[in-house]
Ligand binder design. Structure first.
Ligand SMILES: [Zn+2]
Ligand SMILES: [Zn+2]
Length: 917
């Protein structure tokens, strides 16, 4: 037998174990060929990414379920991948070439994309290797990238299909525009921040009918947009402006005349109640403009500067233009006043540049029909959200969706599969100089592969749309494109719809919603059955982790110091779905101690005696009747824990399941069972020794199995060691050389041994109490105790405690132990009640009376408080009326027992006090 290292060193074990799994292809669904399928698609981390706590949390949770269901015999596919993250990746590479003094335009599209691919090929594996460090049991042989060839086929097919169904169209629309990234942003890609600005009150003189002393004052935060004003709107019920509607006012700067119109959307309370309308640069104005058929005057270039032809404003950026506007308004004498104004502005989620509403021709997904299907799915409860409260949030959001702008003016991404026929376009322009989105189908060819000629006119002058698709368009196809769609693959047939989608609640709209919409549109089915949402990882104080705060914890550092298993436990045991969690390094230290405890238990089980000792015990046939009370107890407890954890894991409650396991292993198995077994291993009876050893090994194997989904590395390592030990003792080849592919423990085919469990609980409490007495009464550890249990005569428990006497003596440090029916009080005697036991203890050392009195008084205080609480509860009419009878009875029994204890303590206090006097 090989000797075990004294201390568990995770860093020596984890990489080796991971290699072992990969070499054995242990993560492929083919390991359980007959099993019912179970599929999780991993949220693809950005290819630019470095592993952070958010990744660590999703790996821990998804891996737990992958491992659990694999052990339950399912054909588990956990499919990994990475996301091309168009904006993020393009920004990273743009920054790189900036160091060389270049822009992407200097390089040109093709050369720039080559640079991106080089970058991706060089750095794209980093994140995957980091995910391996956490123990992810995903099938790397099926790994995908959102920009790979097959993903591109899926994207093109999806675009063409949806275009055919009229679910994709081209249109002119006011969009969120980032002048820095020079691209459209979806509504949810716009962040908001508060800003202190000024509100400018500007007079527009009435120009028609002419009247020199009349004017209308508008209030605006953005005076530079006066250049694009096309009307002033007032509320139809506003008495101040009743007479103004229908008149015309003259704009500063340009001297253009614009109408005064009435519209109910105007807020009478804001500013002066007269709203300047700039449809090309404001979302509300755009809607009002559409209703009143107002023209659109675009004053901005794509880089956010003012267009040419606008005098002194030409080429200015927004801030400069605003200064220029204020200067000119003052000069024209129309600036009535300014006021401070705090409001919220939209900024780009990538680069924090202020967003400009901007008129642009873009591609859109017509969301309404897809949303309707999705609402139906939610009504039928075909997708379960954990926690449930997100069902409502999600449905509400889907109900209020606007069309989704999917084109982006970026180079890195899936280029839109649409070509424009120049011949058709020329013909069209001849008859209609100003084209809009509705005309697009007349000159556009949408196709999966590059068309050779225009199907309309046969011309061959086709130009591809230079734009790329929103990243979320390709990630929205992820649950089926990864399984091979549009091909009818075996994986698609077998694993779609998938089972679990697990991700942070922060991307429920970005991503979850899009997957459901596109799956409804293209697969006519839900993409997944259960959505599990986790929260953010915060620091120990509950602050958001951020670079500026300097409180970012790097998960790889934690793996290095404490091991991946300990890190995983700190998530899996402390997480509530949908809520943010505080990450505490101190707790992680505790979980490393748990791993050490397991290691020590293994050393005890496998190497506390010599090989000849174990060899003798392996072949002994142990009948159930030969099992000692501790053996029967631990088997019963295991049986219960298997049942409980299985039930909890089936409803995704891994936190509670994990806590139960943790307590069982730490307390029941390591602290009590192994301790009590020491005597049995030393028994003169070989059957007792064999029973202890064989029970220990079988329970140990179940423990390793139960813990495996939580802490895969150390359990696999110990499983291997146990197999090798049993092999060297002559056991035949183990049925499951790898724990990762071993079965999940089944509850034993017997009922729990409730009597043994209850008696063992009383015994443990009595031992604990005696240990505490020693400390609290100021005695040394050497102080032996004489203990008498008083039990009703002929109690069934008597046999139990008599049999457990040797363990009891050893664990509680007893001098004598006896069971009697009555006992008379003696000086220095301490009494307490534990269940039906009345326990009297007398130590061989003198008890410090003052300390003893203090101890008793503090205990009396606690007991009295407990009684008071129960009195209150049982006195409450609503509790007694509403609570189940059994609960009420239980609380009453608790009160009864507390009263007995109180009486006993009072008696002892009296006795000590009278002695002292
Ligand atoms: Zn930006
Ligand atoms: Zn054509």
């Amino acid at each position: 037998m090989e000797p075990m290292a004294k201390i568990y060193a995770s860093c020596d074990v984890e990489d080796r174990i991971y290699r072992l799994w990969e070499e054995n292809e242990a993560f492929r669904p083919e390991v359980n060929p007959e099993g019912e399928p179970y599929c999780i698609i991993m949220p693809p981390p950005n290819i630019t990414g470095k592993l952070h706590m958010g990744h660590a949390i999703f790996v821990a949770i998804q891996d737990l379920f992958a491992r659990y269901y694999r052990m339950r015999g399912r054909a588990v596919l956990w499919l990994p991948g990475t996301d091309h993250a168009s904006i993020a990746t393009q920004n990273v590479v743009e920054k790189e070439i900036k160091k060389e003094g270049l822009t992407r335009h200097d390089l040109g599209r093709e050369a720039f994309l080559e640079r991106v691919w080089t970058w991706v090929n060089e750095y794209g594996q980093i994140i995957n290797n980091q995910i391996r460090k956490l123990g992810a049991s995903c099938d790397w042989s099926r790994s995908r990238f959102t920009m790979d060839e097959r993903a591109n086929q899926a994207v093109n097919r999806a675009f063409v299909e949806l275009y055919k169904q009229k679910l994709i169209y081209k249109g002119k629309y006011l969009v969120n525009w980032c002048p820095r990234c020079q691209t459209v942003l979806a509504d949810d890609e716009v962040d908001h921040r508060d800003e202190d600005s000024k509100l400018y009150y500007v007079r527009y003189p009435v120009s028609h009918p002419q009247s020199s002393d009349m004017f209308l004052t508008i209030a605006t935060v953005r005076p530079e947009t006066i250049l694009g004003d096309v009307a002033v709107a007032v509320h139809p019920d506003d008495p101040r402006y009743k007479k103004m509607v229908g008149k015309k006012v003259r704009l500063p700067f340009t001297g253009r005349d614009i109408p005064v119109i009435a519209d109910k959307r105007v807020d009478m309370e804001f500013g002066t109640g007269a709203l300047k309308i700039t449809p090309a640069h404001d979302f509300t104005d755009y809607e009002i403009g559409q209703t009143h058929s107002l023209p659109l005057i675009n004053i901005l270039r794509e880089d956010g500067t003012i267009k040419p032809g606008l005098g002194a404003f030409d080429g200015l950026e927004v801030t400069g233009a605003r200064k220029q506007a204020v200067k000119q308004l003052q000069a024209e004498g129309v600036l009535e006043k300014t006021a401070d104004y705090a409001h919220s502005i939209g900024v780009c989620y990538r680069c924090s540049t202020v967003i400009e509403p901007f008129i642009s021709t873009q591609w859109f997904v017509n969301v309404k029909p897809l949303a309707k299907k999705t609402i139906q799915v939610m009504k039928e409860e075909r997708i379960e959200f954990i926690p449930d409260r997100f069902t409502k949030v999600f449905t509400h959001w889907i109900n209020n969706l606007h069309d989704w702008c999917i084109s982006r003016q970026l180079w890195w991404g899936h280029q839109i599969p649409a070509w424009y026929c120049e011949d058709c376009l020329d013909k069209l322009k001849a008859s209609k100089p100003e084209l809009d989105g509705d005309d697009a189908p007349l000159y556009t060819v949408v196709a999966e592969k590059e068309p050779q000629s225009c199907p309309r006119c046969g011309g061959s002058h086709l130009t591809r749309d230079p734009d790329t698709l929103d990243t979320w368009f390709s990630s929205g196809l992820w649950p089926f494109s990864t399984l091979g769609w549009p091909e009818e693959t075996d994986d698609l047939r077998k694993f779609f719809p998938t089972h679990l989608m697990e991700t942070g609640y922060d991307i429920i709209f970005f991503w979850i919603a899009r997957m459901v919409l596109l799956s409804e549109g293209l697969m006519n089915d839900i993409p997944f059955r259960t959505v599990y949402l986790h929260g953010l990882v915060r620091d120990a104080q509950g602050n958001k982790m951020s670079k500026s705060r300097g409180n970012v914890v790097d998960p790889l550092d934690m793996v290095q110091i404490y091991g991946a298993d300990a890190l995983r436990l700190s998530f899996l045991l402390n997480l509530t779905p949908g809520n943010d969690m505080k990450f505490s390094e101190e707790k992680t230290t505790g979980y490393r101690n748990f791993c050490n405890k397991l290691w020590n238990a293994a050393r005890f089980i496998m190497s506390s005696r010599d090989e000849a000792f174990y060899r003798e015990l392996v072949s002994v046939e142990v009948k159930p009747s030969a099992l000692s009370l501790p053996d029967r107890w631990i088997k019963s407890r295991l049986h219960e824990v298997v049942k409980e954890t299985t039930t909890l894991l089936e409803v995704h409650n891994f936190g509670e399941a994990g806590s139960k396991l943790y307590d069982f292993v730490w307390n029941d198995f390591c602290d009590w069972y192994l301790e009590m077994s020491k005597l049995n291993l030393d028994s003169s009876e070989i059957t007792t020794r064999a029973a202890a050893f064989q029970t220990m090994v079988s329970v140990w194997r179940s423990i390793l199995s139960l813990l495996h989904p939580y802490i895969p590395f150390i359990t696999e390592e110990l499983w291997g060691q146990q197999n090798r030990m049993m092999g060297s003792l002559g056991e035949k080849d183990p049925a499951h050389p790898l724990l990762v592919n071993a079965p999940w423990p089944k509850p034993a085919p017997f009922d729990c041994d409730k009597d043994v469990e209850q008696n063992m609980d009383h015994l443990r409490s009595a031992i604990q109490k005696i240990r505490n007495l020693r400390i609290e009464s100021g005695l040394t550890a050497r102080a032996k105790a004489d203990v008498v249990f008083t039990l009703p005569v002929r109690s069934k428990q008597i046999a139990f405690f008599e049999a457990m006497e040797p363990s009891f003596r050893r664990l509680a440090g007893l001098n004598t132990f006896s069971i009697g029916s009555t006992i008379s009080s003696q000086e220095g005697m301490v009494e307490f009640i534990e269940g039906r036991l009345h326990v009297t203890v007398k130590f061989t050392e003198e008890i410090d009376r003052a300390k003893e009195l203090m101890r008793l008084q503090s205990e009396l205080g606690q007991i009295s408080a407990g009684i008071q609480r129960l009195d209150q509860l049982l006195g409450s009419e609503s509790f007694v009326r509403k609570a189940p009878e059994a609960i009420v009875a239980k609380e009453k029994a608790k009160r009864e027992s507390l009263l007995q204890q109180k009486e006993l303590i009072e008696k002892q206090i009296n006795s000590i006090s009278s002695d002292t006097v």
